[in-house]
Design a protein around this ligand. Sequence first.
Ligand code: SF4
Length: 715
Amino acid sequence: MYGWAGKILRVDLTKGTISTEETKKYTDYLGGLGFGYKVIFDEAPKAGPFDPENRLIFAIGPLTGTMAPSTSRPEVISISPHSYATQAKHSMASRSNFGGYWGAELKFAGYDAVIVQGKAPKPVYININNDKVTIEDASSVWGKDGLAAQEAIKQLQKDEDIQIATIGPAGERMVRIAPIIHRLGNVARQGGFGAVMGSKNLKAIAVRGNKGVKVADEKGLIEYVKVVRSFQPAPLGATPLSSGPLSWTGKHIDPADINHQAQRFNQTESNAPWLMKYHLKTQSCYSCPQGCYTYMKTPKEGMGAVSCTQWFYAWMGNRDEATFQASQLVNKLGLDSFEMFPMIQFIWFLQDEEVNGKSLLRHMYDKKLVSKKNLDVLEAAHYPRGGGDLGSAGLEGMLTMMAYREDFLGDALGEGFRRAMDILSDEFKRLKMPDVADGVMKFVKMEGIMGGVVGGNGGWGMSAHYDPRTFGYYWAVNFAMENCDPMRHSMTNLIEWTGLSFEQAMPVAIRHWGKDVAENGLNDIHRDRTTPLTWNGDKSAKANAYLSQFIHYRGCIKDSLTGCDWVYPVMVSGREDRGYAGDISVEYKLVGLVTGEKMTQEKLNEQAARTWTLHRLLTVLEWNDGKAVNMREEHDQIPDHFFAPVDTRLLPAYPPADPPHPPLIRENFEATKTEYYKLMGWDVKTGLPTRSLLKKLGMQDVLASFEAQAFKLPS
Ligand code: SF4
């Protein structure tokens, strides 16, 4: 098998057994994400996230470890402790991934995936060294932070180059917002999979391999990678610009100015220019020419890596070294940096919102839900009421409190911001303080930064990117279908971060999707914040449904090939002679060259359809315990506030947030859903995948298994 290692590793921590099985069993599902969903569907679809039978899968794809650009981000799949839908009977399967070198190393060691199940009787780590796989005692590593733990394992194994994925103290305590950490800052952030590792007493998975990857057409691959890279010096797919507003309106970067293009993107310069004196270099994941993240070193914090939402503290209003301190702290403690947006806003809200002349936080102190020490910490961490820099006061104590679950309040915050609201509100109800209980719940309506989404429940309890009111109905459907942050960069790579103006980007959109889709789906995204989206009836519904399907299929392909979201699909190029267009057929050409299979986009789409259908069926099983359910009505919804004008003040006061666009119209949303179900081959009334779709996709085994444990799907 070209591209594949051919073997999947299974480690049962309860039994202490290690075995391998053939990769071939899963290749209809392409790799990465598809593998993970199939394993969960086949083996434990309704497990609780912390049940020993829950599977934790690290999976890679045929391109991982080859020279195909930006394709070594292993996918992590499990039943998520982070996802939170009060209507669901079970926790839902979810996904995350991380960059760095671990994924490529796993392939070099000879494996396409690692399936972890069971629970070790005491802390352990898994050590993979080519064919030699052992379960090692982790008692000397347990308790160490996410960076120190890696150093300790390197010393234990006497190998500086070993690649390690680990958890921090938060994961050990099953904090539901605990990620998995690799190297200095490559993190599988959302989903709470660090907590799943903690529940299994699994501190880390260390990997070392030297087997290489067999490629079917080496010469062809080398030549084609040159072609792909020639789309530069402008963005290969595009990453955020080093300056300028995060919107395509009025933006036009000179293609000759490569210092303002993604290839030379320097996130320190963009996000925290005051830290440039500590910037060491930009750094890349395996096989990636982008170098999108920053290596930094300060006298106080030492060495670390920062990228994307790890800059959260700067985006929230900090302008000094505390920006880097905050990033280091979340990586060391093992907390999800993206969750910190709503979480810190929630902590501020508890102080700003008063009931009977007293802040919610002070009510908590009165009832001994928070200690004096942590009350002082949180009040110090409030944004400065008189203006000025956010600063570092209280920062470490606040993050430590949730990572270590200190006090009733810290324990609640360790459950994630959305669960914490319910826990605290319920506690005040129990204490017969209904006004305070209601006060806590007001946060759900708050409009925060990141497009006003983080205060709602767009990601089923997880913070989520970008407001559907800004992007439109395809983005709203995206929110409705996913079980986590629905963010897929495929769209934002074109419409947010390219440096192309609306006028430059629209022809690219037409080239990729045709005139009808581009003009009716993206027609007026550049509007100002007072103008509602225009709606051209059926045409808009169909165009938005098409874009939504594109996002989902291309997301499944990318996550199954372990491609990077910043890059795939390659939407744009900075080259004027290409009309700034990228090439959205790159993935299948790379797969063909690596595996030797005759590949087409249709074939990849079919594999994506299988993966997305599995995700859907898993959600159906988990949502209503396998009993009949109308997904259209129950699951495929977005928070009400997207359909209504803002009725509460904006959060946070730091920094001032843009007001959201005018509300969506519910009947347009429903019309888009109808067209989406039709495109997907799902039943329009219930949103369920049909029997004929599963047969068409060759998923008879899945159909039989689903119907045996649940109910008959619509024909
Ligand atoms: S673009 Fe950044 S995150 Fe993506 S693979 Fe490259 S270096 Fe890693």
